[in-house]
Design a protein around this ligand. Sequence first.
Ligand code: NAD
Ligand code: LMR
Length: 326
Amino acid sequence: MAGSYKVCVVGGAGGIGQPLSMLMAMDPNVSELCVYDLTLAMVPAEGVAADLSHLNMKCKVKGYAFDKDDKAIEKAGECLTGCHLVLVPAGVPRKPGQDRKDLLNINAGIAKNIVEACAKYCPEAVVGLIVNPVNSVVPAMCEMWKKKGLNPAKIVGITTLDVVRADKFVHEMTGSPMSDIQVPVIGGHAGATILPLFSQCQVGKTLPADKIPDMDKKVQDAGTVVVAAKNGKGSATLSMAYAGARLGKAVLAGLNGEVVQECAYVASTVTDLPYFASKVTFGKQGVETVHPLGDLNEYEQGRLNALMPVLKEEIQAGLDYAKEND
Ligand code: NAD
Ligand code: LMR
């Protein structure tokens, strides 16, 4: 039986937020959807909500717009109270020539306001962070969450777009049905920290060895390709909404008693790093199991060794942010 869950999309009037809100409104497990954004958003959050409220789906949709000041978050009570899942595509996207890590200060500040409001009004919710740089923002927000005595396993960095891309590129190269292709993507969500494990996919493992480095790089660079193609007008929005909804629906299915696996960037003990993306099982409590990496071939092991110091530094940047902004 379908569940009855309250979901909020923060940044819900933005490039990702609008299609993500639509896809979540279409999930039979969603009974209430809140579209939350700033009053200065391109489209009023109430307008996005009014539009979505006419879909012939069971869920009620309501919009909330807030001024951009610290006190505004105090008004978020009605919107966030009772939420089971909060998805956060609020934040600034990068421009050509920028790295995701260039967004840390501005976007961690945005995420901090939102995560503090979640801690206050919906401390049991799963909080899915899309906002970049995921590699640093997630550790920063988990630290804050822990300081409030809350469970950091509720904070999930959304890396599903890397999986979606890896699957699509394997399909394009092999012609195999999409349903046979599931490439786990581990590590983090920026450049070389993105590590697709083609050897762990029944179709991916048939790729010729000499094609793997280029395929690997194509997955790592896919976000930058979209940023360049949008020519200063943003980064991936539609594919991200699709990927974010896939993760959001997996979380809700888990809460509703199904056992669902996706890759996600979470507090982790499967490597020496405290945060890492790997396969995760969602269940009634949110993240239930963070799975070990499984067998890696020689190429993948070499890539893993090389990415660890890069990801370590990006995690540290997040931990430093949390310390400096305590
Ligand atoms: P956008 O500018 O189109 O939308 C962002 C929205 O967030 C805007 O509507 C803005 O008003 C809102 N916002 C800003 N501050 C807010 C606050 N304090 N409270 C509520 N809402 C607030 O940007 P976008 O293209 O949707 O991208 C959003 C973020 O997602 C960026 O940081 C981008 O880098 C990131 N992103 C991540 C992935 C991923 O794979 N994890 C993929 C694509 C984009
Ligand atoms: C992506 O992978 O598309 C996002 O992280 C956005 C970006 O800046 O590339």
